[in-house]
Design a protein around this ligand. Sequence first.
Ligand SMILES: Nc1ncnc2c1ncn2[C@@H]1O[C@H](COP(=O)(O)OP(=O)(O)OP(=O)(O)O)[C@@H](O)[C@H]1O
Ligand SMILES: [Mg+2]
Length: 267
Amino acid sequence: MTQHAIHVENLSKSYDDVLAVKSISFAVKPGETVALLGGNGAGKTTTISMLLGILLPTSGTIQVLGEDMVKDRFKVMHRLNFSSPYVDLPRRLTVKQNLMFFSKLYGIINAKERLMLLAEELNLLDLLNRPTGSLSAGQKTRVSVAKALINEPEILLLDEPTASLDPDTADWVRNYIKEYQKRNSAAILLASHNMTEVERICDNVLMMKYGKIVDQGAPDDLLHRYSRTNLEEVFLDIARNRKDSASKDGNDISRKPPHDDLEYGDI
Ligand SMILES: Nc1ncnc2c1ncn2[C@@H]1O[C@H](COP(=O)(O)OP(=O)(O)OP(=O)(O)O)[C@@H](O)[C@H]1O
Ligand SMILES: [Mg+2]
């Protein structure tokens, strides 16, 4: 039987009176890319943070590479890594110092070679001596991807990996990550608001709403089931509770702006 890279059962997280993640269950196999899709506040970052061991779940279980992430996360943390545009690397350290710091943290042998290889591949050579805080958002994202791959992780958790990249660089970074995955059979879980990205690189999609997984499937299955031609339309159908084709079309500009994907007080 194939061991799951990630196996989550009945996972919930509450912050005071906000139940951000509500009893979600899913699995990611080695070599598979799974997307978390959902509106603002749906619980994607909270889920990723629990998988990383940054946040403790309120209830439920997380198995990562066969280990219980709540009890034994130190056994597997060196085999995962993550990238998020919302987690800043130390700003005053240069790019090189930052990457060296993380190589040491992960106990990389031949750290200098690994660092230079990633810098070359991610086009960071000219930035190595710049303070990380002085870089543009897109440059920081490329550094964050280099940091995420420094330990050749078996599991890569990506929170909006291409959020601040121009379309050309975003496309290049996606291909780079996919190549990395093929070479290493890595499992990838990514949260994204970029539907084209998800359609292109994900094998499976988990649709989150109000902290729950409300639908899931391969991108093609979802398109077929919702009789849609792209995932953005499927996303809008789910976000706006449109199930019947009669109510699907048209853009009602009298609608109020969407509120956060959240229900209060039902913990
Ligand atoms: N530290 C916190 N304290 C209190 N509430 C929090 C905290 N972090 C997140 N939340 C709440 O939990 C809910 C889920 O947030 P989360 O960041 O997981 O959503 P998300 O799906 O990543 O949204 P986005 O697409 O906007 O990034 C939101 O309502 C958010 O306000
Ligand atoms: Mg988020």
